[in-house]
Design a protein around this ligand. Sequence first.
Ligand SMILES: *Cc1c(COP(=O)(O)O)cnc(C)c1O
Length: 355
Amino acid sequence: MIANVDIKIEKTAHSRVSENDVNNVPFGKCFSDHMFIAEYADGKWQKSHIMPYQDMPMSYAMSALHYGQAIFEGMKAYKSESGEVSIFRPLENFKRLNKSAIRMAMPEVPEEIFMGGLVELLKLDAAWVPTSETGSLYIRPFLIATDEAIGVKASDTYKFVIITCPAGKYYSEPIKVLIETNYIRAVEGGVGFVKAAGNYGRSLYPTRLAQQKGYQQVIWTDGKTHSFLEESGTMNLMFVIGDTVVTPALSDTILDGITRRSVLALAREWGMKVEERKISIQEILDAHAKGEIKEAFGVGTAATIAPILGIGYQDHYMELPAVAGREFCNKVDETLRNIRKGKAEDKMGWMYKVN
Ligand SMILES: *Cc1c(COP(=O)(O)O)cnc(C)c1O
């Protein structure tokens, strides 16, 4: 499947890996030795390259910068105790990238370029994958419009790029979240279901306002009625209400998270009741008043599980049960960690071996 991609490989003359403690570097600022680039021009994908990590020569008129024709993905690679490197469900990221590409009028990336580039890059930079219990190599594939042109139109040229950075000990402090009923993240018919770069830019200001009120993140509500919960910041949102795992059903305003799907698959395998449906603010207020909300958490690649300590709504604050005693999310976190580190059987076939 991935054998027939022709990648020109230029290795670095001086690896930086020994200068960095990959288990302890700050997340997102230290990049591995190499990067992958495939260029699109003249209506087709051109040659692919792996080269030392470097800056991009570009025009200030580059179209991605002006109108946001830019999409991205995020996934992680893990190292087992015996040194094998595997990526968590990369084919799902490949499919989602192309879903995003279609919505943003960009060319789809062929599987042999996405997977071939990914595997070759990780083989070369395997020493950058952290070995710590909760460490991983964060992988950022992205596709950007590169025409030097100010006119508004779909670009004729693109770059598909993969860069990686170690995520040493990723730990997320439990967060307080504020239900946001003024600003919105996504609207029906919009781009909320894809990983478009602009979805993040627009979220920063409402998040800052919530932070000024003592919260770390917002819970987004639907754009029409502001009465149904959608996502938690940049993560999908889940509750355990009574004995049921409840999460908003997918729609074009909710991103189809791979962590979300994996958590639901585990819950179903464990015989738990799972409901994917609308969740209203009123339901959460009522369930909290009755003491039925056992857990609330965000799910996504960066943190896997981000426990929610409490939820604010207008002047009301709902304190939730202590995180240490939350059975479901703690069990999911541990199970996923063991599967990823090769310590538990990978029954679902989620790990994609690189070396
Ligand atoms: C990426 C993302 C998620 C989480 O998706 P994963 O595949 O689990 O990482 C959730 N919500 C939004 C808005 C996202 O962009």
